[in-house]
Design a protein around this ligand. Structure first.
Ligand SMILES: [Ca+2]
Length: 503
């Protein structure tokens, strides 16, 4: 499947192993949606058709409490690939100047215009998966002098066409990151708010030959609680559903390729998304809609867990240790800030494939989305409680260009200024102006609308979660650990020095 506009980009990394003694190599396929949520049959949405995700879920452990650690595209991917929170990765590479660079911090993320080609590819050996792909920033193409990879090519004969590459003795880590279902109305409005028309065969839209578009009646979509129930938002969701269908069919092609090549039963397949859906309280927020993610983990070695649901609280930060463990690769030891050795704070998910753990805590952090959107937040989920620390709570919450122009938000603005009912669970004033501490009991208040931080009955809970949060910030070398009422001074021993700024 060809991708829209900026398209999907595929990163293929061969993994050199020294310690694995299997007759056949273990592989990993990591599939990432861009701004994807729970719009799939796998998560009980009966209004959308996602047969390939649903089939994958039947071979997966389905996580109900999976969270991204940061609610923005690039920082999320940087965290995913490093296993480190965004507050570590981005300041480590860029200080605080350019948080939205389209790179992934200090990580060598693969191949870009040949500069990071594998040694195999440079030599023209064309052996092993690493030599087969060269990805420019947004597109995929064969490495120079190497045969084209059949993956995603319409009409390919899967097993034989994939050829000797898949039969290499070398294991692979295949990272397939779709552009769908990201919005594109701000950049390519001619294709629709979600580029849902791109490639559908209509005049001027081009045709993606291996995509059968699915269209939806706005009356039929399921409107999440955090989205206004208005005709504009329903039309927006219907467009989103169409692009999720495009991704779903793409996932089917990828899985069919691996199946045809005979490697699916050696491959750990993970599906998740980088951040919440691009609607109010979603992407760029640390509320539940901004950070809760679908996560399917399909292990061919753990069929007893197929189709089961895990309640464990897990994070995208857990994927790096999971993948390293799958390959029996020791965790890396290196420093970003001078002599401070970074540590993976995530946990391998492989034990969860054996038995349900009692994991109840995950952390989140957000500093920027666009460079003008400095609104640092930190959060912790602990059991049913969710704490958000809004460090810049005196400022209005910032809105990104992409979301601002969306039909849903424009309709919300117009209705608000016209004094009309918004059909929304909040109002704009509440959305823009937030308390410094927000504490929610998601058992009693799943929509996170009743802030308990100032309720004396929850003082102990508040203090427990605050303690957990600041401990995690110190452990992860968070430069914002003292904000907003102190300054981090690091000479001699790191400590917070008071600002006396009346906070
Ligand atoms: Ca994203």
């Amino acid at each position: 499947m060809r991708s829209s506009g900026q398209g999907c980009w595929v990163l293929l990394i061969s993994v050199g192993l020294c310690c694995v003694h299997r007759a056949r190599p273990r592989n990993v396929l990591l599939i990432l949606a861009d701004d994807g949520g729970f719009e799939s049959g796998a998560y009980n949405n009966s209004a959308i058709s996602t047969p390939h995700l649903d089939a994958l879920a039947r071979r997966s452990l389905v996580f109900r409490n999976a969270f991204t650690s940061v609610s923005s595209c690039s920082p999320s991917r940087a965290s995913l690939l490093t296993g480190l929170p965004q507050s570590v990765v981005f300041p480590g590479k860029y200080k605080s100047q350019s948080p939205m660079g389209r790179t992934c911090g200090p990580v060598r993320r693969g191949v870009k215009d040949g500069e990071n080609l594998s040694e195999d590819a440079k030599s023209g050996a064309c052996e092993g998966p690493a030599s087969l792909l060269a990805a420019s920033e947004w597109n995929v193409r064969p490495a120079p002098g190497c045969p084209p990879l059949q993956l995603l090519r319409p009409g390919a004969e899967p097993a034989t066409a994939a050829g000797p590459s898949w039969h290499s003795h070398r294991p692979f880590f295949l990272y397939v990151a779709f552009h769908d279902p990201h919005r594109c109305g701000h950049s390519q409005p001619q294709y629709g708010a979600f580029c849902e028309k791109f490639g559908n065969g209509e005049s001027g839209m081009g045709r993606i030959p291996d995509w059968t578009p699915q269209t939806y009646n706005p009356k039929d979509v399921q409107v999440p609680y955090f989205v206004p129930d208005t005709p504009a938002a329903r039309a927006d969701l219907a467009a989103q559903y169409t692009t999720i269908g495009r991704m779903d069919q793409g996932i089917g092609l990828v899985l069919q390729e691996l199946r045809g090549a005979g490697v699916l039963n050696d491959t750990l397949v993970i599906f998740t998304s980088d951040n919440g859906i691009p609607f109010p309280s979603g992407r760029t927020n640390l509320y539940w809609p901004g950070t809760a993610e679908p996560m399917l983990v399909s292990s061919p070695e753990h069929p007893k867990r197929w189709g089961q649901v895990s309640e464990a609280y897990v994070s995208l930060l857990d994927l790096t240790p999971t993948i390293l463990d799958w390959f029996s690769i020791p965790y890396p030891s290196y420093a970003i800030f001078g002599t401070k050795t970074v540590q993976l704070t995530g946990r391998s998910l492989l034990p969860v494939l054996e038995a349900e753990p009692l994991w109840t805590t995950v952390f989140g952090s957000q500093s920027y989305h666009e460079v003008t959107m400095s609104y640092p937040m930190r959060s912790v989920h602990h059991q049913n409680f969710h704490l958000v620390h809004n460090l810049h709570f005196k400022m209005p919450f910032p809105i990104d260009q992409d979301f601002y122009i969306s039909p849903t938000f424009q309709d919300l603005l117009n209705r608000t200024t016209a004094g009309q009912p918004t059909g929304w669970y909040k109002d704009l004033h509440q959305y823009y102006y937030r308390e410094r501490w927000e504490l929610y009991d998601r058992n009693q208040d799943p929509h996170e609308t009743h802030n308990l931080a100032a309720d004396p009955r929850y003082t102990q809970v508040l203090e427990l979660l605050q303690t957990q949060l600041v401990k995690w910030q110190w452990e992860t070398h968070d430069p914002w650990v003292c904000a907003p009422d102190g300054v981090l001074e690091e000479k001699l021993a790191p400590q917070c020095r008071p600002l006396h700024n009346e906070l």
